[in-house]
Design a binder for this molecule. Structure first.
Ligand code: MLT
Length: 247
């Protein structure tokens, strides 16, 4: 029997690898899992450079874990990093799961907002960040019905370090358009998106899966941007099925 392909889980902004707890719980025991903290988050050191450096750092850490090839699973910013890994280290990628993310670059207004938020993080710290982001991160259903999850995500955001937040905002601001890259990939790809995701709405995932007949889409009802935390059972079902197909 061949060994199941490892899974590498890349977290969203401004969270850390602990957001993957509901997935690690069900995947661990079946295959090797690695869920790194991206540079500047969850106590991980900062790196110089943009998302390319985040991607290279993940690959260095995969080397240290003995992971040669994996399914890279990225949610939102984690998806941006997974796309950079596919661009720079394709031989390491067995398949991609891109959850609640987009392949497009920021427009000018989006870039200006990132710059303003990075400047604010450096001058004021990040105490404003949770309140600013919760309405975008969590879907309407979750905000109405799951106060404990709202509190959990708030405290995850409050653990952030100012410079880590600022640098990630600048890295995301500079990320390139990646639809052409995705179209050139001959690997399986699963896009997962919460039906109530307002930050990277389902149309963004539709744009991704349109690029290849090997790409598939799973839309999760009553979930927002953090679909893995908001509807873990549905997210895990889709993920486990897809991972099983890669072994
Ligand atoms: C994320 O959820 O990782 C980020 O909010 C994505 C973004 O700001 O583009």
């Amino acid at each position: 029997m061949t060994k199941p392909v490892p899974a590498v889980l890349l977290h969203a902004f401004p969270l850390d690898s602990s957001m993957w707890a509901p997935q690690i719980e069900v995947i661990a025991g079946h295959r090797q899992i690695f869920a790194p903290n991206l540079p500047g988050f969850g106590g991980a050191p900062l790196v110089e450079g943009g998302l390319e450096s985040f991607a290279d750092q993940v690959i260095l850490e995969c080397d240290a874990e003995g992971i040669e090839r994996a399914v890279f699973i990225g949610l939102s910013m984690g998806g941006y990093v997974a796309m950079r890994i596919a661009d720079r280290h394709l031989d390491r990628v067995a398949a991609l799961v891109l959850a609640d993310t987009r392949a497009g670059a920021d427009d000018n207004a989006g870039k200006e907002k990132r710059s303003a938020q990075a400047a604010r993080a450096r001058s004021e710290g990040c105490s404003w960040l949770a309140e600013a982001m919760i309405p975008a991160l969590l879907g309407e259903t979750t905000r109405k019905t799951r106060p404990n999850l709202v509190a959990e995500v708030t405290s995850m955001i409050q653990r952030n370090k100012d410079e880590g937040v600022a640098r990630a905002l600048e890295a995301m601001r500079e990320r390139p358009e990646s639809l052409e890259l995705l179209a050139s990939l001959d690997i399986p790809l699963l896009a997962i998106v919460g039906a109530e995701d307002k930050l990277t709405p389902p149309i963004e995932s539709e744009r991704i899966v349109e690029r290849s007949p090997r790409f598939e889409l799973e839309v999760i009802p009553e979930a927002g941007h953090l679909s893995n935390l908001e509807r873990p059972e549905q997210f895990n079902d889709a993920l486990i099925r897809f991972l099983g197909d890669q072994d």
